[in-house]
Design a protein around this ligand. Structure first.
Ligand code: GLY
Length: 420
C-alpha cells in the first residue's frame, strides 16, 4: 500500500516503524515528519492541518490510505476534506473529533451514553468559578475545555492555585471543574470503523514531569505495556478490556453514530481504575503519545490491515488482534525547560549506540538534521523504547538506552515502570 501519515512526533514515527516492518513492504509518506521518520519514509513539507493541501498531496501521490496522527488536524476537519475527495482516511471527522476538542462535549456524550465518569461543572465566567470549586471541594480538578497540549489540566489541593489556573484558561475559553477520581490510570485504545470497537493492549502513561508524579503536567514522560497490575486489580487484561469495551467504548460509539457523527479512527480511553470500577478521565481521538511507542512494538497483527479496515468500514473481516508476550517500556527525553519554554537547537549524540543495544530502539519526536548532526527542535525530543520478556527487563533496556544518549540539559523521569 501507499500510505500517507500526517504528523511529526514520536507517535507518527512509531506508526511509521510499525508499518515499515510489515512484510508487505509499503511505500510510506509522512507530512511533515522529522529526522527519525526520514530514515523509514519519504517526508513531505506539507502542513498537516491544511485540508486542501493534504487532499491534493494524497491525490497527486495516489495514496491508498491517509493516517492522521495528531488531534489538531482532526479538529480542523482534515479527515473530512480527505474523505470528500474519496480517499480512505483513518481518523474521525470534525464532528466526532469534538470528543477531544471539547471536554464539555465529551461529558455530554458520556452522560447520554451512560458511561461512568466524574461529575463536572462547566464554568463560562469568573463569576461561576467559586461556586463550582466549593461544590466539589479539594482536591480540585480544573480542565481547559479545548485543546491545551497536555497543559490545561491541574489537580491540586490548593484552592488558590486551582482558582488561578481556571482564571488563566478562562481568558481563552470555558473550563470544567471536575470531581477528583482516585485510582490507577490506564490508557486503552480502540480502533473503530464507526460501528465496531477493536481493542489494543492497555498501557500506562506518566503525565507529570518529575519522579513520583511531581511537577507540572506534560504531554507524557513515559509509558509501559502490558499492565501486570491488572491481574490483581481486575483478574487480567482480557477481563479489563472486555469491561471497558462493553461499558465505555461501545456505548460512546453508538451514541456518536446515533447523532449522525460515526467515529472512524482511534478512540483513546483515558481511564482510572479503582477496585473493579473503571471511569473515564478523558477521551482522545487519536493514538496516544507516548503510549503508542510501547503498544505498537507488541502488535503482531499487521497495523496496515487494521487501519485500512477501519477506514473502509470492514473491521468485521479482521481476525482478533495478536500481541507478543513481550513487554515494552518507553522513556521520554525532553529538552531543558520543558514543560515550560524548551531550549532547542542542541546537538544530540549517542542514538546509534542506543539503537545498537539488544531490545532497544529510539523513536524521534522533535529532531532536525542540521549540517553538523542531529539537533533538538521542541519539548519532547525522543522516546527510548526497551522491549523484553518482562516489564523489568524492558525497563532496564530502555534506561540502558537513555544512558547512551547525550542531549545537553535533557530531563527524563527515572521511575517509569518502577513499581512493576
Ligand atoms: N499520553 C497522553 C496523550 O496522548 O494525550
Amino acid at each position: 500500500m501507499r500510505i500517507l501519515i500526517l504528523g511529526s512526533g514520536a507517535r507518527e514515527h512509531a506508526i511509521a516503524l510499525a508499518l515499515a516492518r510489515e512484510a508487505a513492504g509499503h511505500e510510506l509518506l509522512v507530512a511533515p515528519g522529522n529526522a527519525g521518520i526520514a530514515a523509514v519514509a519519504r517526508t513531505v513539507p506539507v502542513d498537516p492541518s491544511d485540508g486542501a493541501a493534504v487532499s491534493s498531496l494524497a491525490l497527486e501521490e495516489a495514496v491508498d490510505l491517509v493516517v492522521v496522527g495528531p488531534e489538531a488536524p482532526l479538529i480542523a476537519g482534515v479527515a473530512d476534506a480527505v474523505r470528500e475527495r474519496g480517499i480512505p482516511v483513518f481518523g474521525p471527522d470534525r464532528a466526532a473529533a469534538r470528543l477531544e476538542g471539547s471536554k464539555a462535549f465529551a461529558k455530554r456524550i458520556m452522560a447520554e451514553a451512560g458511561v461512568p465518569t466524574g461529575r463536572a461543572t462547566d464554568v463560562l465566567t469568573a463569576a461561576d468559578l467559586d461556586g463550582a470549586l466549593d461544590a466539589g471541594g479539594a482536591p480540585y480538578v480544573v480542565k481547559a475545555d479545548g485543546l491545551a497540549a497536555g497543559k490545561g489540566v491541574l489537580v491540586t489541593a490548593d484552592r488558590d492555585a486551582a482558582r488561578a489556573h481556571a482564571l488563566a484558561w478562562l481568558e481563552r475559553g470555558p473550563v470544567l471543574v471536575e470531581q477528583f477520581l482516585a485510582g490507577r490510570e490506564a490508557s486503552l485504545f480502540f480502533v473503530s470503523d464507526g460501528d465496531r470497537a477493536v481493542p489494543l493492549s492497555p498501557a500506562q502513561d506518566y503525565k507529570r514531569i518529575g519522579d513520583g508524579d511531581t511537577g507540572g503536567n506534560t504531554g507524557g514522560m513515559g509509558a509501559f505495556s502490558p499492565l501486570p497490575w491488572l491481574d490483581a486489580a481486575f483478574g487480567g487484561e482480557a477481563a479489563f478490556v472486555d469491561h471497558v469495551r462493553a461499558t465505555i467504548a461501545e456505548p460512546v460509539l453508538r451514541r456518536l453514530a446515533a447523532q449522525g457523527s460515526p467515529f472512524v479512527g482511534l478512540l483513546y480511553c483515558g481511564l482510572v481504575v479503582e477496585d473493579r470500577d473503571v471511569r473515564v478521565i478523558e477521551f482522545n481521538v487519536r493514538f496516544g503519545d507516548p503510549e503508542t511507542q510501547v503498544v505498537l512494538p507488541r502488535l503482531a497483527t499487521p497495523l496496515s490491515e487494521l487501519l485500512a479496515a477501519a477506514a473502509s468500514g470492514t473491521l468485521d473481516a479482521v481476525e482478533p488482534l495478536r500481541f507478543s508476550d513481550e513487554a515494552a517500556v518507553g522513556v521520554v527525553l525532553a529538552s531543558e525547560g520543558y514543560p515550560g519554554e524548551p531550549a532547542v537547537g542542541r546537538l544530540i549524540t549517542g542514538i546509534d549506540e542506543a539503537d545498537a543495544l539488544d531490545g532497544v530502539h529510539v523513536v524521534h519526536a522533535a529532531t532536525d538534521r542540521a549540517g553538523d548532526g542531529l539537533r533538538s527542535s521542541g519539548g519532547r525530543v525522543l522516546t527510548v523504547v526497551g522491549v523484553g520478556g518482562s516489564v523489568p527487563e524492558a525497563r532496564a533496556r530502555a534506561y540502558a538506552g537513555v544512558e547512551r544518549i547525550h542531549l545537553p540539559g535533557a530531563r527524563w523521569r527515572t521511575d517509569i515502570a518502577e513499581r512493576e
